[in-house]
Design a protein around this ligand. Structure first.
Ligand SMILES: [Zn+2]
Ligand SMILES: [Zn+2]
Length: 348
């Protein structure tokens, strides 16, 4: 089969290659990938500026869904043809402290699709049944391929912090995760939502305003974002800040924007040192939470919300392309000309 492989530890060392089709071993299923969305991580791997090391060669792609193509020996409860979304925790140890608590996404032995094990930018991928979820009938493959980033937002905002009805929530960074966090914050009760971004991201900022996900747009290169948040909240500051940008400037903006006793959740990665005092966090008695990935309950919740049309994944999809056009797709995302692009490996 044809697969998109990162084959070296230098920028640009990604290409389509012919690789052997995987087979379903005991206790696993073979999935035919019907839709696989491109994530910011995929761009980072292509440009070789990831926050975490990867072993190569590896097939990229971790935001995906498909149909069950074959069952390995001993698999029950699934049938060939079932439509499934698949979590990203391809392998976990199952016995450590965190796995025992159902927090397997932070298992030290976890290996994720697309960097730890072969991912979904290929026609077939192997999965363990524990991480499969049925796709509701009224949800398309393209929409279901976006379940994973919505689960990132759901875990961050529903599990790692607590949003109250009436809250002012600020999202920093208008990338896909930021746009999804706005939708999720509203759904979890935030009454007022603001998005902080740059003029260079005007298209994605405008999308958030047009879709009603943000009722306030703050342009960080035209005004002081912390002062703008203060004005927007009557001087109090934001109850909730979701940092979906990850760099030092974003953390500074988060600390300036959060109210006393407010909550910041850091979702965006930033491998560079932040060179910033955290004293404002203490002065404000605020909370700074980290978050990583998602777990079973997030997937159940998000797919249910997709089925009820309470979330709008389709609005984020700029285009759907065959795997053969991956370079065009990656380039558009790198240049911020697209929000999400979904690849369809089974169509070549
Ligand atoms: Zn992702
Ligand atoms: Zn474990």
């Amino acid at each position: 089969m044809i697969a998109l492989v990162k084959y070296g530890q230098q920028p640009g060392m990604v290409e389509l290659r012919e690789v052997p089709e995987p087979v379903a071993g005991p206790g696993t299923v073979l999935l035919e990938v019907r839709a696989a969305a491109i994530c910011g991580w995929d761009i980072e791997m292509w440009q070789h500026r990831m926050a975490n090391p990867v072993t190569v060669p590896v097939i990229q792609g971790h935001e995906f869904c498909g149909t069950v193509a074959a069952l390995g020996p001993g698999v029950e409860g699934w049938a060939v043809g079932d439509r499934v979304a698949c979590e990203t925790s391809a392998q976990v140890c199952g016995t450590c402290f965190w796995c025992q608590q159902g927090e397997y996404q932070i298992c030290p032995g976890r290996k994720g699709y697309g960097y730890g094990v072969d991912g979904a930018f290929a026609r077939y991928v192997v999965a363990r049944p524990a991480i499969l979820h049925r796709i509701p009938e009224n949800v398309s493959f393209e929409e279901a391929s976006l379940t994973e980033p919505f689960c990132v937002a759901h875990h961050a905002l529903a599990d790692r912090i607590a949003i109250q009805p009436g809250d002012h929530a600020v999202v920093i960074g208008p990338g896909p995760i930021g746009l999804i966090c706005l939708q999720m914050a509203r759904l979890l009760g935030a009454t007022h939502t603001a998005l902080i971004g740059l003029s260079s991201d005007a298209a994605r900022m405008d999308l958030a305003g047009r879709c009603g996900w943000a009722d306030k747009l703050i342009w960080a290169d035209r005004e002081d974002a912390g002062s703008a948040v203060a004005a927007w909240t009557g001087g109090r500051g934001a109850d909730i800040v979701a940092d979906c940008a990850g760099n030092a400037a974003a953390l500074g903006t988060a600390l300036a924007s959060v109210r006393r006793c407010g909550q910041i959740v850091k979702i965006g990665w930033g491998p560079k040192p932040i060179n910033q005092s955290l004293d404002d966090l203490l002065r404000k008695s605020a909370t700074l939470a980290g978050t990583f990935g998602h777990r079973h309950a997030n997937w159940k919740a998000v797919l249910g919300l997709f089925a009820e049309r309470r979330l709008n994944p389709g609005a984020l999809i700029t285009s759907v392309m065959p795997l053969s056009r991956w370079l065009d797709a990656f380039t558009q995302i790198e240049k911020c000309q697209a929000v999400k692009i979904v690849l369809t490996p089974e169509r070549g």
